[in-house]
Design a protein around this ligand. Structure first.
Ligand SMILES: NC(=O)c1ccc[n+]([C@@H]2O[C@H](COP(=O)([O-])OP(=O)(O)OC[C@H]3O[C@@H](n4cnc5c(N)ncnc54)[C@H](O)[C@@H]3O)[C@@H](O)[C@H]2O)c1
Length: 292
């Protein structure tokens, strides 16, 4: 396990004590170094756009070499702009095409990334997902249900499984973040998204289950459950009904839906040593949607 992640680390209250005999040493804040991902390799599924691309940028800003996995043959213009920005920062953001619901492909692409990086994957964020079709529960087509489960549940499991195998083999105290949703804990009022809700509940339990098995290797697994955030996934519903945004906003105490950048802090925390004692947790960032 990374020796800096121990109770003996000279951070927090230990740092002033360590510096006391050196009164002339210039000191600065230590907190930011706890969020550093310098020399780390990070992978984000669903990283071509939406929340996944924002996560890629956060990881690169923290110093990681970042790989995004997604479906299109060529990455989006937004991705290209982000990759250019990451190069200017002195880090990297690369694109890999893969369908993560194909278990063999998901494993192969993670192994390829590790092979190109001295066997390392330090952080995995499993953000690829679909909303699926909206149907009355009693009429939900089996094929649509299967597709949602294959991607949101199967794909998250296969990519996390592959990352865990790489981390364990290399002795890396890595961080795996599974993107769930408030829909894994509560049902979105008046929305007929039963398959999606089932899949996200499964992701929350997957996170706990993986955390319990992998903790002995120092590998942490948490789920992040956002509330309503405007992305390509939610745009269709928001644009189909002009009253929808106000309705969703009324469902949380802050009275608004979230913006993509409002997950930057929690991703920085969960992916880095700043969250070294956090595993098996579901972190809800939703404007308080589940508080009432
Ligand atoms: N936007 C929200 O309000 C919200 C709220 C809670 C949870 N989430 C979750 O956050 C994650 C990101 O969603 P988003 O809102 O950014 O949506 P999005 O549609 O903008 O992004 C999802 C990405 O996943 C990719 N993807 C889909 N299937 C894939 C597959 N089989 N293999 C590889 N990539 C695949 C898509 O191409 C897309 O780039 C999803 O898991 C979603 O369920 C979103």
């Amino acid at each position: 396990m990374d020796p800096s992640i121990t109770s003996e680390a000279a951070i927090g209250v230990r740092n002033p004590a360590k510096l006391a005999p050196l009164p002339h040493k210039v000191v600065g804040p230590e907190i930011f170094s706890e969020f550093s991902l310098k020399d780390k390799v990070a992978v984000v599924t669903g990283g071509d756009g939406g929340l996944g691309l924002e996560f890629c940028i956060v990881l690169a800003e923290l110093g990681a070499a970042v790989y995004a996995i997604d479906l299109p043959a060529k990455p989006s213009a937004d991705f290209e702009a982000a990759a250019k920005y990451c190069r200017r920062l002195g880090t990297s953001l690369e694109y890999r095409r893969a369908d993560i619901s194909d278990s063999l492909r998901a494993t192969a692409i993670l192994e390829e990334i590790a092979n190109n990086n001295d066997g390392r994957v330090d952080v995995l964020i499993a953000a690829a997902g679909i909303l699926g079709d909206e149907h009355d529960v009693e009429a939900y087509p089996a094929e649509s249900f299967r597709k949602v489960m294959d991607i949101n549940c199967g794909g998250v499991f296969y990519s996390a499984q592959a990352a865990a195998k790489i981390m364990k083999r290399k002795g890396i105290a890595g961080s795996i973040i599974l993107i769930a949703s408030i829909s894994g804990s509560v049902t979105n009022r008046d929305m007929k998204w039963s398959a999606y809700n089932v899949s996200k509940s499964a992701v929350v339990q997957m996170g706990r289950s993986m955390a319990c098995e992998l903790g002995q290797f120092g590998i942490r697994v948490n789920t992040l459950s956002p509330g309503h955030i405007r992305t390509k996934m939610t745009a269709q519903t928001l644009e189909s009904d002009t009253k929808m945004e106000a309705f969703w906003a009324s469902l949380n105490p802050l009275g608004r839906i979230g913006a993509i950048h409002e997950l930057r802090g929690v991703i920085a925390w969960l992916s880095s040593e700043a969250s070294s004692f956090c595993t098996g947790s579901d972190i809800i960032v939703s404007g308080g949607h589940t508080a009432w």
